[in-house]
Design a protein around this ligand. Structure first.
Ligand code: SF4
Length: 354
């Protein structure tokens, strides 16, 4: 470990900005090495979880997120679509399962779901789950009652991103506050669902904002189980269309720091993967990313074809993580420990605890 005073293998919720900036400032190879050590002490390093995303209601969103083609405020030429019929969602879910996905994420471009929408979305959850898929939804802000309704229907994960640091947030969104977002995450937790929360890199923010975003996520009372790290997709017509390109190494650094700060979370490569070379994606896996969105579309922006992803997995010796329903956390930990123990016979295994 590069620093003798910090035990990076432990889960913590008290990160200071100085500590996070110190991680960002590490030499690239040291940072990746540390991240990989942390990764191997909690995960099978050659497994990646695969999710598929389906836009169940597209466009015409009243919010003003500066990166988003779905905002009604920007003319991006995006075709609006009403809430998808349950049968159509199930068709997409079956195809996702056949393509190897274990989690099906359903996204609607809403400020928050309306009362009349809830029976439809809860039916979607029940029926997609019955196909043997994990379910995730992203429907905007939720209050406690809505979160409970979704949890009662069996929803496994709820996605609600913080997007960026509290300090930079006002440059990106003005129609809802950072506090609104944190309250939605609280409601999701209180209802007993797993949290999927991350952000977007490359929106003109500085390193201190990336550190601020990761601090917010890692200092939550519980780390989000899933942490999507998106790379900005510059969509013509949005205020960020002319944003300058992000240095790919800055993106990889962010993945590595997220892995170190939230050692047991799945860190997900999400939007922006289409612009990444195979080499950049493999560096992201080395930095500790262990989840991807797979399929032809990522909500409304392109995503590399599913087939290409599986070819890359093959070239890297990566296997998709299987979906298993565990009786409880103890059973899940036991399964992971046995996978990690198996790895110890591998000539490349590095025991980070020694
Ligand atoms: S990111 Fe979500 S809330 Fe923001 S404009 Fe897009 S669809 Fe609406």
């Amino acid at each position: 470990m590069p620093s003798s005073s910090v035990n990076y293998l432990e889960s913590r919720h008290d990160w200071t900005r100085q500590q996070v900036l110190a991680l960002f400032a590490m030499p690239f190879n040291d940072l990746l090495f540390t991240a990989q050590q942390v990764h191997r002490s909690h995960f099978d390093a050659n497994r990646v979880q695969v999710s598929t995303l389906c836009s169940i209601k597209t466009g015409a969103c009243p919010e003003d997120c500066a990166y988003c083609p779905q905002s009604a405020r920007y003319d991006t030429g995006l075709e609006r679509e009403k809430l998808m019929k349950v049968e159509k969602v199930l068709e997409e879910a079956r195809a996702a399962k056949a393509g190897g996905a274990t989690r099906f994420c359903m996204g609607a471009a809403w400020r928050s779901p309306k009362k009349k929408d809830m029976p439809y979305v809860t039916q979607m959850v029940r029926e997609v789950k019955a196909l043997g898929l994990e379910t995730c939804m992203t429907l905007g802000m939720l209050n406690d009652d809505q979160a409970k309704e979704l949890a009662d229907a069996g929803l496994d994960y709820y996605n609600h991103n913080l997007d960026t640091s509290p300090e930079y947030y006002g440059e990106i969104i003005t129609t809802r506050t950072y506090q609104d977002r944190l309250e939605t995450l609280d409601s999701v937790r209180a209802a007993g669902m797993k949290v999927c929360a991350g952000g977007i890199i490359g929106m003109g923010e500085g390193e201190k904002d990336r550190a601020g975003l990761l601090m917010q996520l890692a200092n939550l009372p519980e780390h989000p189980e899933s942490v999507p790290i998106n790379m900005l997709v510059k969509v013509a017509g949005t205020p960020l269309e002319e944003e300058k390109d992000l240095d790919p190494f800055e993106f990889i650094r962010c993945i590595a720091v997220a892995r170190i700060m939230m050692p047991k979370s799945h860190v997900r490569l999400s939007a922006g993967r289409e612009a990444m070379s195979d080499e950049m994606q493999s560096l992201a896996f080395l930095a500790g990313a262990n989840s991807i969105f797979y399929g032809e579309k990522l909500l409304t922006t392109g995503n590399p074809e599913a087939n290409k992803d599986m070819q890359l997995f093959q070239r890297l010796g990566i296997k998709p993580e299987e979906y298993q329903q565990y009786a409880d956390e103890t059973e899940m930990e036991a399964e992971l420990s046995s996978r990690i123990a198996e790895q110890q016979n591998d000539p490349f295994f590095y025991d980070a605890a020694k």
